[in-house]
Structure formats: C-alpha cells, structure tokens
Design a protein. Structure first.
Length: 366
C-alpha cells in the first residue's frame, strides 16, 4: 500500500482520538522554556511507543502547530533544536532508535503537505534530514548502510516532486555512497540528469541499474528514451518493442507506443507510426498523446476525414486521463521509492519496543 495512504487524515485522527479518550499533552509552552518544549516532545515520543505512529503524528503536529501559532519561526527553531538534541541522545545509545523518530517526522511532513496545515512542512523535512545524517554517521553493518541509503532516497523523493535542483542530486548521490546498487537512487539520479539534459550521464546510471538485475519497466523505458536522444535509435526501438510484449504499467506502455511512433515519423515511416498509434489507442482510448499523434499521422497520410475515428470514436474527443503518461514520466520512480519507504516504516515499527525501554533513561535530560 502507498505509504502516504497509510496515514489517515488529520480530521479522522482527531475523531479517533476522541473515541479513545486520548488527547495531546496540555503543558503550557513559554518562549525560551527549553525544559517545557522537551517535556512536550518526550510526551509525543511516549505516545509513539504506546499508541503508534498515527496517534503520535497527531500529537506532534498539534505541538508544532501550537508553537508556530504562539511563537512563530523562533519557537519552531527552538523546538527543532530540542528534537535534534533528543535524537542525538538516542543515537548515542543506538542509531536504530532514530528510525521511529524519522518515521514520525516524515509522517508529520506528509500531514502538513496533504492537508495544508499552517506549519511549514520545511520544519519536518529539515528535521528528518538531520536525523538521517545522525543515523549515517557511524554505520557498521551492511543492513545499516542500506537503511541509511534508503533514508536519503526517501528524502530525495520529496524534494524531487518539485523542480529537481542540485540538492536532489546530492541526496541521491549520498544514498549511492552507502549502497552503490540502490535501484531507487540510481533511477532517481538518472532522472535528475535526464531532466537537466545530461543524457550520457543518465544513460550510464541506467546501464548500472540494468546490471543489478533490478531494472523496472520504467528504468528500461528511460534507458530507451536516453538512447534515442543520443542517436542510438535501433537499440532504443528494441527495448521499446520488448516493453510492448510484457505486462507493463499502462502509462509506460502508452509512452512506448508514442515513442515508437515518433521514431517512425522521424524516419518518414508514417504507415508504421499509424500502426503503433492505432494499436496504442485501441488499448487506451482516452489517452490524449496517442489521440493527437494518430490525428497528425492520418492527416499526413491523407487518411483522415473531418474527424478521424478509432473504433468509431472521434480521436479529438479523447478525454485527458489523470494523470497523463507524460506527467508520470516527469516524476521520479515512485515504484522504487514507495518500496523504500515501506521498508523504512517496517524498520521503524520493529524498533519501537527498544525506544520505549530507552526513553525513561533520557527523560531527565543528558
């Protein structure tokens, strides 16, 4: 299940809280009262270990929103310092204790984004990043290094949803330092390079991903696209043709048909382009990319009537599906990223009992 869908809405959480008779802690907050901030935050962590991530998310967002309302950015900065100080104390006991905290702050980040709450999601995202750095500072085992790699991939995925700047590439690169074969990091960094026009670098990363034996259909589609951009049309077409004969996600299959048609048109092979587009549109009759392409090809072949038709349906009446294949291609590889976040969530839950045993030892401060 999609990780974001595992997080129930804030409204539902508040109803659930009332039904369970639980309420967020009510200790008053005073500017500059570090002890008060710490007490409230530790109460949130106790809720995390006793009630789970969902209820703790409600408690944390309530706390941070209250601080933002009463004390604005200065209060949030002070609270973040407290949150990171607690994380540092826990890391000295064992870095695995940080995983439930990271899951909690990631969940609050999603709450702020999904429900447009008044607290800026940057606070939660920055906290997750610093906690991920703490986790990655001293790693001994291969499994710990894989978890560190996954943490940076998950963060990169959030940043990548907007315009991918240099920070996104840096996060994917950090992930690859800990696990050079991390499929999500290889695909994510390749996507960033492709979007910035660095097709040779993107191709190199995708070929590395192919060598791992863990290349998804999306990775192979991107490999074909970059091969075509670099003039390696025959190789690109072979990959695209192979995608047509497999069980492939609909948006990838649609783009494979469109790209094969475009390649045929570039070679003045309009009959072949017509076959690809008509076949694609028979599978996806509401796909606007296929519809517009077929309209154009039929005009070039002088086959079109006033309104070209496929299976009796006017091409220009094709509806825009949501989201479109081109839109999905512009996003990072969510199949890999959601799998990564699922693993991190499971690791966080597994470490909740250890966190519960450790919290009493730090409750009075370092």
């Amino acid at each position: 299940m999609n990780r974001s869908k595992q997080l129930i809405s804030r409204l539902t959480l508040l109803i659930l809280i009332q039904c369970l008779g639980w309420a967020p802690p009510t200790l008053a907050l005073t500017p500059g009262d570090s002890a008060g901030y710490r007490a409230r935050y530790l109460e949130v962590l106790r809720t995390l270990t006793s009630e789970g991530i969902e209820l703790a998310t409600a408690a944390l967002t309530e706390l941070e929103m209250e601080v933002a309302r009463q004390h604005e950015s200065a209060g949030l900065e002070e609270l973040r310092d407290i949150e990171l100080a607690v994380a540092e104390e826990l890391a000295r006991v064992g870095v695995s204790l940080l995983l439930p905290l990271i899951a909690l702050h990631e969940a609050s980040h999603l709450e702020y984004r999904l429900h447009t709450l008044e607290t800026n999601p940057y606070h939660a995202r920055a906290t997750v990043y610093r906690q991920a750095q703490l986790y990655s500072e001293e790693l001994l085992t291969a499994s710990e290094r894989q978890i560190a790699s996954d943490l940076f991939v998950s963060l990169a995925g959030y940043f990548h949803e907007g315009s991918p700047g240099p920070g996104v590439a840096g996060l994917y690169s950090q992930a690859l330092q800990f696990a050079p074969d991390n499929a999500a990091a290889l695909l994510g960094l390749a996507t960033v390079r492709e979007q910035s026009g660095r097709y040779r670098n993107a191709l190199s990363l995708l070929e590395r991903l192919l060598e791992t034996g863990n290349a998804s259909a999306e990775a192979r589609l991107r490999l074909a696209m970059n091969l075509d951009r670099l003039g390696k049309r025959s190789e690109a077409e072979r990959i695209l043709e192979s995608l047509l004969s497999e069980e492939t996600p609909a948006w990838i299959l649609s783009l494979a048909y469109q790209q094969l048609a475009r390649s045929s048109m570039d070679q003045e092979r309009f009959d072949a382009a017509h076959v690809y587009l008509a076949d694609g549109l028979s599978l996806f009759p509401d796909d606007p990319g296929l519809a517009v392409g077929l309209d154009y090809v039929e005009e070039r072949l002088s086959l079109g009537s006033e309104q070209p038709r496929v299976d009796g349906k006017p091409v220009r009446d094709a509806k825009v599906s949501s989201p479109s294949a081109r839109y999905l291609y512009a996003r990072p590889g969510y199949q890999y990223i959601e799998e990564t976040r699922g693993r991190l969530y499971e690791s966080a839950v597994q470490n909740l009992p250890d966190l519960a045993r450790t919290l009493p030892t730090i409750a009075d401060g370092p």
